[in-house]
Design a protein around this ligand. Structure first.
Ligand code: ZN
Length: 288
């Protein structure tokens, strides 16, 4: 199933599920999608029942899709340098030796950075002039766990979505770590849907691409992840509780703006499309 958060006729955000012909409202099952995820099997059963019992779905043209979880409970967790070619392009861009991280590199993005499908990415040259793009497969957890074993890690995954890990490279460099440069308002476009794990099948065989104004900049496969999803979840949860509804973006492949010769960054009016097979296209525009 493909779960969304949507607004209809300027009403409150509601949880929904996509079907042929539109969206089925799930607000009778849960007040929001995060709660529905936390309900586990009961939430999914409620959704199935709503699909069967629904009258005419609300046509997609009548709704606005929001980020699937517009206000996650905690920061969006991320992995840096998790594709070989991207780790090398990042090192080259900073004049460092081309090495691969021996362990996953974790950081987070502030919850206030979450942005919606078709949402505007703010552009303020007084804040940053090096706004960059990063298409990423994001894992949404469906169970709470600690010391998760690799062999069981995928049982903790509720579904998958797309995150564009928009990054202010100048701020990332100035402040010596990722948090500030990765957490500007609007710098975490997410969606358009969370696709449940059963519909994705193997998460390590998905093509992911990113286009700026129609020109392909990133084109890779999750097959190229350095640390795969079980390894990431096992390592991250060692001695640290992960909760249902938590989001982990798994890293970006090569082709970011910082790695181009010369480096190219986003400008007002640019349209960015981050696409992942079986999930969809996450489109955003840079504001002025
Ligand atoms: Zn990233």
């Amino acid at each position: 199933m493909q779960f969304v958060t949507f607004q209809h006729a300027a009403g409150q955000p509601r949880p929904g599920v996509l079907v042929d012909g539109g969206v089925v409202d799930l607000s009778a099952v849960a007040p929001d999608l995060l709660t529905l995820i936390q309900m586990g099997e009961q939430g999914l059963a409620g959704a199935r029942q709503a699909i069967t019992g629904a009258g005419t779905p609300i046509p997609l043209a009548e709704v606005t899709l929001l980020a699937p979880t517009p206000r996650p409970r905690k920061n969006i967790m991320c992995v840096g340098m998790n594709y070989v070619a991207h780790a090398y392009e990042s090192a080259r861009a900073r004049g460092r030796p081309e090495t691969l991280p021996p362990h996953p590199v974790y950081f987070t993005k502030a919850v206030t950075a979450v942005n919606h499908p078709e949402g505007i990415i703010p552009f303020d040259p007084g804040v940053s002039e090096q706004i960059d793009w990063e298409v990423e497969l994001a894992v949404v957890l469906g169970r709470t766990g600690k010391d998760i074993r690799e062999a069981e890690a995928l049982d903790y995954v509720w579904g998958y979505t797309i995150v564009n890990d928009v990054s202010a490279r100048d701020l990332q460099d100035q402040h010596l770590q990722f948090f500030k440069g990765k957490s500007l308002d609007g710098s975490c476009p997410m969606g358009p849907a969370i696709v449940t794990a059963d519909e994705i099948g193997d998460p390590h065989n998905l093509r992911l691409t990113l286009r700026v104004n129609g020109e392909t900049k990133q084109d890779s496969s999750t097959n190229d992840l350095i640390f795969n999803i079980p390894t990431l979840l096992a390592t991250l949860s060692r001695g640290m509780t992960l909760e249902a509804g938590d989001i982990l973006a798994t890293g970006t492949p090569s082709g970011v703006g910082m790695g181009q010769t010369p480096p190219t960054y986003l400008r007002p009016g640019d349209v960015i499309e981050a696409e992942i097979e079986k999930i969809g296209v996450l489109r955003n525009r840079v504001g002025g």
